[in-house]
Design a protein around this ligand. Structure first.
Ligand SMILES: [Fe+2]
Length: 199
């Protein structure tokens, strides 16, 4: 989803090499850290102007998630950091966008009693967000995924899901436009994702 003409050289290189370095055995176990700031405004935003495709909400969404940028202390498994942005179709960053994540822990279980592995945040003045979490587990019939709702101030809600390469491969049927390209980094893996919203 990222024409190279729109990427910085560094980001283009990261995108090209991303699928070969994902979750698998031997990766570090998640070590939660204090809340992280939103992404650095010094980084270029990956954006091709193509609206992020919607996907089903599924049965496990709960309203009222806590506002926080880190879920990692609850999930076990591999630390996963997603840095990204919310933009419009012209790739203009959207400040103050609401981004609500929910996912399973590393064993593929949702917390349907409390708010474990659930949290929302707002993009900063540069339209950026940063989520520290863990790589979600599999559950029957589903590849690892993170559910998310995104809404620009005053705009409609986009409901979709993010996916990850697993040991260098991607599950059949996963929309590549929703794949987070991850690479190893200190303590776990990390990747970037830009949500492009329709008005
Ligand atoms: Fe799910």
């Amino acid at each position: 989803m990222m024409p190279s003409a729109l990427l910085s050289p560094v980001l283009a290189l990261a995108a090209a090499s991303s699928l070969m370095a994902c979750a698998g055995t031997g990766l570090p176990t998640a070590t939660p850290t204090p809340m992280t700031p939103a992404g650095s405004s010094a980084l270029a935003i990956e954006c091709d102007g193509v609206p992020t495709p919607p996907q089903t909400e599924g049965p496990y969404y709960k309203t009222g998630s806590p506002e926080r940028r880190s879920l990692a202390g609850e999930g076990g498994g591999t630390l996963l950091t997603i840095r990204g942005a919310v933009t419009d179709e012209a790739c203009n960053p959207i400040a103050g966008a609401w981004v609500d994540f929910w996912q399973t822990d590393a064993t593929g279980n949702y917390d349907n009693n409390g708010f474990g592995m659930r949290g929302h945040q707002y993009t900063d003045s540069s339209g950026r967000f940063s989520l520290e979490t863990v790589l979600p587990g599999r559950y029957p019939g589903r590849p690892p995924h993170i559910h998310v709702k995104v809404r620009a101030p005053g705009g409609p809600v986009l409901t979709t899901q993010l996916y990850f390469a697993d040991s260098g491969s991607v599950d059949a049927g996963v929309n590549p436009a929703l794949l987070v390209d991850t690479t190893p980094e200190a303590g776990g893996i990390g990747g970037n994702f830009t949500f492009v919203l329709r008005p």
